[in-house]
Design a protein around this ligand. Structure first.
Ligand SMILES: *Cc1c(COP(=O)(O)O)cnc(C)c1O
Length: 431
């Protein structure tokens, strides 16, 4: 598969180079030259395949030419070695739990897929060491750190906003050591993202370090997320109801991967994008005018993104046509207070503890299903509630049990480097 830059269709490369570069040299996001259609036999036989067989077939065309299918299958077995259950919440609503991986958020799949792909490309070349430079609003950092820990030839530098990530998130970033360094930035997430973008353009740095990103702009992080939708569809197909997905969204990588699955032929009826008050996309769907917003901190902090990177890919998928996009996507935004009420309601009615992100997805789904009662809706539960322990316990007035692998983090030594401005970051990267 060839990938081209969304800012210049003539700027093309293969999967391996797209992964190593992260972003195209002209700063455009990479997009596959064509979206492969899966044959009817694939859908007819999908319930008889294992998850790994199904996932390998779905992903194969995207890596063809760079990763042989046997290697792809091994990568997928390692990246998807936990369950993705759909837990019934009421008659027409299920929670797709994406948090059973090592860092308890959905980003584990993409981060592990990317780490192994990069490890594979590095093992096959005498390339210089690669530095993965990544900004995190909370969950990316932990997933990337965990996925890349100990991967030969790769150094990981993570920028996180001081005091704006949860305790568990911070522990996951700062306790690993080895090839992982955490930088604590005096600012908000968008400051971290800006510094990363500036570093990518800084010739002093790029002349001595090969930089790549592990945000969902990287195709190896972004595309494997489509597998959640295949897995959920497979477990719900027997219902024979139109299936809609409600996705709590920040950078819009996850929902955009679901849209790719739909384009490949997966029968998804509709998408619902749910945000907190950082609502650039829902506002766009109302007005037809896209405007980045200044980030406001919320209790669903992994979605505190004012200018979602993947929005350009979503527009591309629907031919840059507003009406086409609107016929596939409904947007909602919710305040923290609505999110709190939803968490209480789900707990009271279904005995289910949702995290703040999942609760935002649930809210949008409920609104949508009010007008479409014949459909079955799945909201993506993108993180385990313990990742937001204090928030969840305070809102629900109950104790949430910590899994043992999280408990053990509290006794580990935390290490991070304080960074107040770009000059500090540059000095660190040049040292
Ligand atoms: C990253 C994240 C999101 C947002 O996902 P995007 O792909 O950036 O839209 C939602 N919920 C949780 C828990 C996350 O970690």
């Amino acid at each position: 598969m060839q990938y081209y830059s969304l800012t210049n269709p003539l700027e093309k490369t293969n999967f391996a180079t797209a992964v190593v570069n992260g972003i195209a040299p002209d700063r455009g996001l990479y997009f596959p030259e064509s979206i492969p259609k899966l044959p009817a036999e694939f859908f007819a036989s999908m319930e008889h395949m294992t998850v790994h067989e199904m996932a390998t077939q779905a992903m194969l065309a995207y890596v063809e030419g760079d990763i042989p299918s046997a290697v792809l299958e091994r990568i997928i077995q390692n990246a998807l070695d936990f369950d993705f259950p759909v837990v019934p919440i009421d008659e027409n609503i299920g929670s797709l739990e994406l948090f059973h991986g090592p860092t308890l958020a959905f980003k584990d799949v993409g981060a592990r897929f990317m780490a192994q792909s990069l490890g594979y490309f590095n093992a096959n070349s005498s390339n210089q060491k690669v530095t993965v430079l990544v900004a995190t609003s909370g969950d990316t950092g932990g997933a990337v750190a965990n996925g890349f820990l100990g991967v030969e030839g790769i150094e990981v530098v993570i920028l996180y906003p001081k005091g704006k990530v949860s305790k568990v998130q911070e522990l996951q970033l700062t306790t690993l050591g080895q090839n992982i360094t955490a930088l604590e930035i005096d600012g908000v997430f968008d400051d971290c993202q800006d510094m990363v973008k500036t570093a990518f353009l800084d010739k002093d740095i790029t002349s001595i370090r090969k930089l790549t990103s592990a945000n969902s702009i990287n195709v190896a992080r972004w595309l494997p997320q489509m597998l959640y939708y295949f897995i959920a569809y497979r477990s719900l197909a027997h219902r024979k109801q139109p299936l809609v997905f409600s996705v709590p969204s920040g950078n819009f990588g996850n929902i955009c991967a679901g849209m790719m699955a739909q384009q490949m032929g997966l029968p998804i009826d509709h998408f619902i994008a749910c945000t907190n008050v950082n609502d650039a996309v829902p506002a766009y769907l109302e007005t037809g005018i896209y405007k980045a917003v200044t980030t406001t901190p919320t209790i669903s902090n992994a979605m505190d993104v004012g200018d979602p990177s993947n929005f350009v890919r979503i527009q591309k998928i629907y031919g840059n046509q507003f009406d086409n996009l609107k016929s596939h996507l409904t947007g909602y935004r919710f305040t923290d207070s609505a999110t709190r009420s939803a968490m209480k309601k789900i707990y009271a009615n279904a005995g289910y503890i949702a995290d703040p992100h999942g609760a935002v997805g649930y809210l949008g789904l409920n609104h949508y299903l009010d007008n479409h009662p014949n459909k079955y809706g799945v909201f993506l539960e993108t993180a385990h509630p313990v990742k937001f322990l204090n928030t969840v316990e305070e809102i629900l007035n109950t104790k949430v049990e910590l899994p043992s692998r999280i408990q053990s983090l509290f006794s580990k030594e935390q290490k991070s480097v304080s960074v107040t401005n770009y000059a500090d970051l540059k000095a660190y990267l040049l040292a």
